[in-house]
Write a protein that binds this ligand. Structure first.
Ligand SMILES: Nc1nc2c(c(=O)[nH]1)N[C@H]1C(S)=C(S)[C@@H](COP(=O)(O)OP(=O)(O)OC[C@H]3O[C@@H](n4cnc5c(=O)[nH]c(N)nc54)[C@H](O)[C@@H]3O)O[C@H]1N2
Ligand SMILES: Nc1nc2c(c(=O)[nH]1)N[C@H]1C(S)=C(S)[C@@H](COP(=O)(O)OP(=O)(O)OC[C@H]3O[C@@H](n4cnc5c(=O)[nH]c(N)nc54)[C@H](O)[C@@H]3O)O[C@H]1N2
Ligand code: SF4
Ligand SMILES: [Mo]
Length: 761
């Protein structure tokens, strides 16, 4: 193990026997090699042009780029582009898919493509249609598209739905929800339903807000960060720089909570510090806790208990600024240590060490991602984190707070613009009702899972997908395919082909519309970062000179005009997103500065989001605490799987997520070198689990879930706790139908019971 015992409090982490073939640090030289390979390749000049363009990074929600130049963060710090940004850009600057591909390859052939092969075809550059009974996608004109689909949107509003993914702009998001709500449909499913919806729900209930309450500036003042269920070395690389600075420059501490010991969260080599960090690597975790997947409530309750027992809890703070704290404190106090430790699989000593660090820090920021939210008790997990922040007095001041580490680069903006099936914030609802001249329909719309279920019951006629890959992102791929095949018309607005375009086919008409991304759009657009900062992306041009692509906003305004005429706005005027920005400024509280952003070019922090004093937008002005129940975590026995009974397999809790080089359902490279997984069809597991089932490293096995199995999967030993294992989505989505978190609709992607056994010879 690479941890340095002097600076890492936990000298011998429990489940550390990682694969010998893996590097000792995350990041490091391979990042530079990747940069060099791409920037020196024939695509290099195009890549540099885009990197230097004033636009927000396409990839993650950390939100680099914008008006101060492509490399700058909101604090004006330079050199803030990571390799993930290059990865995303180089996918977008690929040449167009040659028309022959669609002329020659039948839909059956296209269905054989892997995610990576589909993406590699190139950029989509002309509208296409797959008509009922045909085998091939055919070219179609934009005007034919409008004529064909406008009637489909006039169906009963509850039978019309949308799905969206957070790569598009705020302007497109605002239009989408206005068009749908003008129809009377609340069916605004969004990728956040599969992602941070539990965070939104819990933050709203407890603090009266829905997003991070920490600004980047404030994060820079923290002397402790707790990072739970987030593999930021892969998915938010610039956050790693903040952790390096916290440890190196401020002598602070980082507590990582993750069943898998991710190399980059132990030590990370960052190009931002070429001499002191890149090659030797910088220490990240001061303490690394490896709980049982899905048990974070027990671990955080344990931290609360230790804070209370050691006199490190801030009872005065709780009394003054919170409600229902007594029940939370009493629960932590009275739950026996044995139960907490047994539930989460982390010892009392380790939990107490975490509490000591938190209790003695000046300011703690609690960050989390999918390891916390993608569970059937995801909301409870978030409750328990916010409870811990409150009990330790770490909310409502500089250098402290709670920070969901968000997903797509503009997923948060979609929520702010009203693309949600959760209850709208009052201010936004009132403003929309004023605009529409009537109350909003109060029927709860379909979130992503409800949409698939409704489609499967033939309750959806028309579906518009603004980006994303609805098919690939859902669990139980066979169900997703079947459900979508019962929808009469599906319209996909996309930049790149993906497996959803070939497998998520409608009953009658499937249309793919090629759109311009944010750095090639002829108009300026905006996005919102995970720390509530609004970014302005400049106009650009596309390299697809012979293509017939449109901005998303142009398509949506024209469609809305044809459906609604001039109700409730002059849609065609909104073709220039500047006018949408005016409408957003009038409608969405906190976005007032959008009205002048075109004149001032001034990017801004959304009003009312960053919480610097312990006053909350709840009815009482106090934070409201809840007691989340401890989870009961059992795994089914091997016999309950539909597998031959003689087999001697092992049942594990499978965490499904991202490899090093993929962006959600889009795979860029097959190997994950930091976890020692040479290709996508691997299962990373603890040596002891494999041996118990008579398996050995590199053996090919069957991984069986509740709705399917994957064959010929290679066993890779890794630093994951026994009982847990890890595989990659979207491929793994064929084998399970996930449990659903009942308050947020989010699937339990991180605790999938599977049986692993030797494949029949
Ligand atoms: N390069 C790149 N960047 C991305 C993305 C991408 O695909 N590629 N995707 C974007 C999107 S949409 C999102 S949502 C984010 C995702 O960012 P992350 O949430 O960091 O990504 P995941 O791979 O889903 O895994 C999260 C971690 O959770 C851990 N984990 C699993 N179960 C548990 C548990 O029960 N408890 C705890 N404490 N930890 C657990 C896993 O071991 C893993 O390390 O990244 C965004 N950024
Ligand atoms: N098993 C498992 N499943 C998961 C997860 C998991 O951890 N495990 N994570 C879930 C999470 S957190 C998420 S967010 C979802 C991701 O779900 P989605 O957001 O639905 O999927 P993506 O793969 O990000 O979508 C990629 C596609 O978006 C399109 N696109 C890219 N840029 C643009 C643009 O600017 N405009 C438009 N219109 N289209 C664009 C391209 O065509 C590209 O192929 O997956 C979820 N599914
Ligand atoms: S951290 Fe995220 S936003 Fe920043 S450059 Fe990397 S991928 Fe882009
Ligand atoms: Mo996500």
């Amino acid at each position: 193990m690479s941890g340095n015992p002097e600076s890492n409090l936990q000298p011998i982490p429990p489940f550390h026997d990682k694969n010998e073939d893996t590097p000792d640090i995350g990041g490091g030289l391979p990042i530079i090699q990747y940069w060099a390979k791409h920037t020196l390749s024939p695509e290099g000049p195009k890549l540099w042009k885009t990197l230097l363009h004033h636009s927000a990074c396409l990839s993650c929600s950390w939100g680099t780029g914008g008006q101060k130049g492509g490399f700058t963060n909101e604090d004006g710090e330079k050199l803030q582009r990571c390799m993930k940004s290059v990865e995303a850009i180089s996918a977008e600057i690929k040449p167009a898919v040659p028309p022959e591909v669609f002329e020659q390859r039948s839909i059956r052939e296209l269905q054989q493509l892997t995610s990576r092969e589909a993406d590699r075809l190139g950029r989509l550059s002309f509208p296409m249609i797959l008509r009922s009974g045909r085998d091939h996608y055919e070219r179609i004109s934009w005007s034919e598209v409008y004529e064909m689909i406008v009637e489909e949107f006039r169906k009963a509003p509850e039978r019309v739905a949308s799905y969206s993914s957070g790569r598009s702009s705020n302007e497109a998001a605002f239009l989408l929800q206005l068009m749908m709500r003008s129809l009377g449909s609340n069916n605004l499913a969004d990728c956040s339903d599969l992602c941070h919806s539990p965070s939104t729900f819990a933050l709203q209930k407890m603090l009266g807000t829905r997003t991070s309450i920490v600004s980047l500036e404030s994060l820079k003042k923290a002397d402790c960060v707790v990072l739970a269920g987030a593999n930021s070395a892969y998915n938010h690389p610039r956050l790693m720089n903040e952790l390096i600075k916290l440890r190196d420059e401020r002598g602070g501490k980082v507590i990582v909570i993750n069943p898998m010991m991710e190399t980059g969260l132990v030590k990370f080599g960052s190009p931002a510090f070429p001499i002191k960090s890149l090659i030797p690597g910088s220490d990240i975790s001061s303490l690394y806790l490896q709980p049982i997947p899905g048990s974070d409530v027990a671990l955080f309750t344990g931290i609360q208990k230790a804070l209370i027992e050691k006199g490190l809890s801030k009872i005065d703070f709780l009394q003054a600024y919170t409600e229902n704290w007594e029940a939370v404190v009493e629960t932590a106090r009275s739950t026996p240590w044995a139960i907490l430790s047994e539930t989460c699989g982390v010892s009392q000593t380790e939990i107490e060490a975490a509490a000591e660090i938190i209790g003695s820090a000046k300011g703690v920021v609690f960050g989390w991602a999918m390891g916390i939210t993608q569970h059937d008790n995801g909301v409870d997990n978030v409750f328990s984190i916010i409870n811990t922040a409150l009990i330790s007095g770490n909310i409502g001041r500089e250098g402290a707070g709670v920070m969901p580490v968000r997903g797509h680069s503009n997923v948060q903006g979609f929520g702010s613009m009203g693309v949600t099936t959760q209850e709208l914030k009052k201010g936004l609802q009132t403003a929309l009702e004023r605009l529409l001249g009537r109350p909003l329909n109060d029927v709860k719309g379909y979130d992503t899972r409800a949409l698939i279920e409704a489609a499967d019951k033939e309750k959806v006629d028309t579906l518009i997908c603004l980006g994303g890959n609805l098919y690939g992102a859902n669990p139980d791929s066979a169900q997703a395919k079947r459900a979508l095949s019962k929808v009469s018309t599906i319209v996909y607005l996309s930049t790149k082909p993906n497996i959803g375009h070939f497998n998520g086919l409608a009953k009658h008409t499937t249309i793919i519309l090629p759109v311009l991304n944010r750095f090639e759009n002829p108009y300026k657009t905006t996005t919102e970062s995970g720390s509530n900062f609004v970014r302005l992306s400049d106009e650009g041009t596309t390299h697809l000179k012979h293509g017939d692509l449109r901005p998303e906003v142009e398509f949506l305004t024209e469609l809305a005009h044809r459906i609604h005429g001039e109700y409730p706005v002059d849609w065609r005027k909104l073709r220039d997103p500047k006018f949408i920005r005016h409408l957003i400024a009038e409608t969405v509280p906190g976005f007032e500065k959008m009205a002048t952003i075109d004149e001032t070019q001034e990017e801004f922090t959304i009003g009312g989001r960053i919480v610097m004093e312990p006053k909350f937008s709840t009815p009482s002005g106090k934070a409201v605490m809840f007691v989340p129940p401890l989870p009961t975590l059992t795994l089914p026995d091997a016999q309950s799987f539909d597998a031959p009974d003689a087999i001697r397999g092992v049942v594990v809790a499978l965490m499904t997520g991202r490899s090093y080089a993929q962006h959600n359902t889009v795979v860029y490279q097959v190997e994950d070198k930091y976890r020692g997984m040479p290709h996508r069809n691997c299962i990373l597991m603890h040596r002891s689990d494999a041996e118990q089932a008579g398996l050995s490293e590199h053996q090919r096995v069957t991984v069986q879930g509740n709705v399917g199995k994957l064959e010929n999967v290679e066993v890779i030993y890794g630093a994951v706790r026994p009982g847990a294992a890890l595989m990659f989505y979207p491929e793994v989505n064929v084998i399970f139908s996930a449990k659903i978190e009942h308050r947020s609709g989010t699937p339990a992607f991180k605790r999938v019971p599977v049986l692993v056994y030797a494949s029949a010879k």
